[in-house]
Design a protein around this ligand. Sequence first.
Ligand code: S3P
Length: 189
Amino acid sequence: MNKQETNQKERFKEKRFDYNIVLIGFMGAGKSAVSERLSTVYAMKNVEMDQVIAEREGMSILNIFAAHGEEYFRDLETELLAEMQSHKNTVISCGGGAVLRERNIREMKRNGRVVLLTASPETVYERVKDSDDRPVLNGRKNVKGIKELMEQRRGRYEVAADIVINTDNKTVMQVCEELVHRLMEMEEE
Ligand code: S3P
C-alpha cells in the first residue's frame, strides 16, 4: 500500500460495510482495478466473478463460451450471484454482462449497493484493445462496435445502479474515494 492508500485506510479505519459493494459496468470500465484497490484499502473481501467462474470450471472465460456457449456462462453468473447473498463486507466485481438478466439484478440488490462504473467508448477501447479474452467483443473490438454494444446495454446498467461513477481521466484511487463518499452519503440519507 502506498502513502495515499495508508492515509485513506487510516481515515476510514472503523469503516465496515454491512452489505456488499457490487461493481457493474461495461468491459474495461475499471471494475477489477477498483475492486482490487477497494478491498485492499478497506480490508474487504474481493470476489472477481469471472475469475471464480474460470477457476471452478477449470478453463478460461473464452473457452467456457467456446465449449458451452454464452447461456451456460450466464447460468454460472446467476448461480454465483445468488451464492454471494450470504456474504457481506465484500466487493463483488461482476462481468460486464451480469446485468442482462433481471434475476441477477435482484440478487445484486438483495444485500448489496450496486455501483455502476462508466467510461467513454474511446477509454474502453484503449483499455481492452490488447486483450483477446472477451468473446463478446469478437468482431467489434473498435470504438464504433463498443459504442453500439454500450448503447444496447445502457438501460440495463442504469436500471441496476444505485450509484453511477464516471471513471474517465480518474485514477483508481480517485474512483475509490468518490465511491466510498457516495456510499456514506447514502447511509446518512
Ligand atoms: C462480458 C464481460 C466480461 C466476461 C465475459 C462477458 C460481457 O467481463 O464476463 O467475457 O458480456 O460484457 P469484464 O467486464 O470483466 O471484461
